[in-house]
Design a protein around this ligand. Structure first.
Ligand code: CTP
Ligand code: MG
Length: 231
């Protein structure tokens, strides 16, 4: 099965408190971004990669693509102020068919497993929309001004990750409508749910973390070692 992946990489990583975009920080012997892109470069099902970047980081991005032989990258497109705009810029640049399967995956999640990607692609091919998720492990409550309002039933709670996989036409139309109506979404599923389509869960793994704070760098280092990828 074939797919194209869109990688939003146009953030700045403020919560990491580094002097540069967190995606350029080293994890083992290479930048976080290189790890993420290599997962897709090495996946036989992946046809092409579109990356959303900031214009002033283009040269750095191109240098990484060259150094790590990331030949599946077909385009670097300029992202926007919010992640949602960056993803839409990738969708606008895509030139596949409406039936094609596209994935969206955060550049900041370097530990995605190929088996999860394949499960998502198959599910999206069958249903139109599938997202990676793990069961919530903590008891979760709704709180307003420090006061607990409600305890949510844990068996119904899932923490959502990327990749998120969709039939192209569905995601494009949903994303376009959300932007036109200024609906703010923190993931692609939100826009597709709002558009009226059913979104399916694919169980992912807890190690598919998003590198957000410096604590994630330490854990990421440990994960690389565990996988024998600490070079
Ligand atoms: N992203 C993007 N365009 C934006 C904002 C974020 O392409 N305008 C990307 C980031 O580069 C990252 C992914 O979306 O790969 C997930 O976002 P997040 O982890 O929040 O990264 P940042 O926004 O860079 O970090 P922070 O929120 O701490 O500033
Ligand atoms: Mg952010």
């Amino acid at each position: 099965m074939r797919y194209t992946v869109m990688i939003p990489a146009a953030g700045s990583g403020k919560r990491m408190r580094a002097s540069q975009n967190k995606l350029f920080l080293q994890l083992g012997d290479r930048p976080i971004l290189a790890h993420t892109l290599q997962r897709f470069q090495e996946d036989e099902w992946c046809e092409s990669i579109i990356v959303a970047i900031k214009e002033d980081e283009r040269l750095l991005m191109e240098a990484i693509a060259k150094k790590f032989n990331l030949s599946k990258i077909t385009q670097f497109v300029v992202g926007g102020a919010e992640r949602q705009h960056s993803v839409h810029a990738c969708l606008e640049a895509y030139d596949g068919t409406s039936e094609s399967i596209v994935l969206v995956h955060d550049a900041a999640r370097p530990f995605i497993h190929e088996s999860t990607i394949h499960d998502l692609v198959m599910k999206a091919n069958e249903t139109g929309a599938a997202i990676a998720a793990v069961k919530v492990q903590d008891t979760t409550k709704v709180v307003v001004s420090d006061i607990v309002q409600q305890t949510l039933p844990r068996e119904q709670l899932w923490a959502i990750q990327t990749p998120q996989a969709f039939r192209y036409e569905l995601l494009y139309n949903a994303s376009k409508e959300a932007l036109e109506e200024q609906f703010e979404a923190t993931d692609e599923s939100m826009v597709v749910e709002r558009y009226g389509a059913l979104v399916h869960i694919v169980e992912s793994t807890y190690d598919n973390i998003k590198m957000t704070t410096t604590a994630d760098l330490s854990y990421g280092h440990y994960l690389l070692k565990e996988r024998g990828e600490l070079r």
